[in-house]
Design a protein around this ligand. Structure first.
Ligand SMILES: NC(=O)c1ccc[n+]([C@@H]2O[C@H](COP(=O)([O-])OP(=O)(O)OC[C@H]3O[C@@H](n4cnc5c(N)ncnc54)[C@H](OP(=O)(O)O)[C@@H]3O)[C@@H](O)[C@H]2O)c1
Length: 344
């Protein structure tokens, strides 16, 4: 059923996944569209962002943010249109960035809403290159990675929302940008369209050797968002004084136990010590929220000048959000994954 004026379709967390999420972890529900009270607005979702962090919200393991309760609507950033307003700052027709979650409609008192230009031709960019993922790439690379011209920057999930921006900003700073991505098509896009110097398929049997060939002077900045076999290939190539912004570990989000095999903690800590490597985790809005304006101004200018390119993977229909999200954790998306809920 498409979006309607009377029914609020919702995707609800049905159960907590053990390992990779499945369709059974979600269920759909319908309620009547709520009516705003004084000081509130009714938001109609146009676009829903699907992001890897949602896997963490499906789990009740300790984390930096509270889990979604069983029976609650899945959380997520959204672009919405104001349908009705009893809030002095909003008019029907306004377009806002908010956090309505996986549903057609939501009530808001304005907290956390950001007004977008209603004439914006491409509002979904506020969920991607101009939004949280682009901001993550920008701050993680520039503030923690501190790339210098001539250095080598490596990033995995290189065709994705964060990785694609990391490599392009590295190029703008005069670095050699090497991507790692899942498959030939993604790698071709990363080099030919995004302008990276090289890209290696993460599923190649000889990933460590290919990475070494692509990084003849070693690695000065490794933007970590994957972990697993990719990190194993990167570790021996890190240079003295390398920086490792620790952004994500998507290869491990479905883990139910520690990986098999020898304990390599000693190898990691010895490498960090002897090479004086700085590895720093960050949670973008907790650590850098106050710098969003600076990022937005710079990224808007780069986009307008055609110096940063982006790719979106748009899936139509709220009902397809669970499958699309499951695919994200398997590398099936190609670019920033967004669900179009209604035509804008
Ligand atoms: N710290 C923060 O504040 C923050 C903010 C935003 C995002 N992040 C993190 O940044 C990372 C990228 O997020 P994104 O939004 O840009 O996602 P994305 O790259 O658009 O999509 C996820 C990609 O991860 C890769 N992937 C999936 N499963 C994998 C596995 N088992 N092993 C290796 N790679 C796998 C796939 O790319 P390939 O097929 O190309 O390998 C997939 O397309 C995630 O780890 C996310 O949690 C952190």
């Amino acid at each position: 059923m498409p979006q309607s004026n009377t029914v609020n379709r919702r995707i609800i967390l049905n159960s907590r996944p053990v390992g990779a999420p499945t369709a059974e972890n979600f269920r759909s529900g319908e309620i009547v569209v709520p009516v705003p009270s004084a000081g509130q607005v009714l938001l109609r979702t146009l676009y829903l962002s699907l992001d890897p962090y949602m896997r963490g919200r499906m789990s009740d393991a300790p984390s930096y943010a509270a889990p979604v309760a069983i029976g609650a609507v899945m959380v997520g950033s959204t672009i919405s249109r104001v349908e009705a307003s009893r809030h002095p700052a909003y008019q029907p027709g306004d377009v806002v960035l908010g956090y309505s979650g996986w549903q057609d409609y939501a009530i808001s008192d304005g907290t956390g809403l950001t007004m977008l230009d209603a004439r914006m031709t491409h509002p979904s960019l506020a969920l991607g290159v101009l939004g949280m993922p682009g901001f993550t790439a920008y701050m993680g690379l520039l503030d923690i990675g501190q790339p210098k011209a001539g250095e080598t920057v490596v990033v995995a999930a290189a065709s994705g929302a964060v990785g694609s921006v990391v490599g392009q900003v590295a190029k703008l700073k005069g670095c050699r940008a090497v991507g790692i991505a899942g498959g030939v098509d993604k790698c071709r896009f990363v080099v030919n369209e995004l302008g990276f110097d090289a890209c290696i398929d993460r599923r190649s049997a000889d990933l460590p050797r290919q990475l070494a060939v692509a990084c003849p002077k070693g690695i000065d900045v490794y933007f970590e968002s994957v972990g697993g076999a990719v990190f194993d290939a990167v570790l021996p190539l890190l240079n003295v004084s390398a920086r490792v912004p620790l952004c994500g570990l998507i290869a491990h989000y479905n883990d139910t136990s520690l990986p098999q095999g020898p304990d390599r903690l000693g190898l990691l800590t010895r490498t960090l010590l002897t090479k004086r490597i700085k590895m720093q985790g960050f949670i973008i809005f907790d650590d850098y929220g106050h710098r969003y304006g600076e990022f937005y101004q710079q990224m808007s200018a780069w986009l307008a000048e055609g110096r940063i390119k982006y790719r979106e993977d748009i899936v139509d229909g709220l009902e397809n959000a669970p499958d699309a999200f499951i695919g994200l954790l398997e590398g099936k998306n190609f670019g920033k994954l967004v669900v179009r809920i209604a035509q804008d």
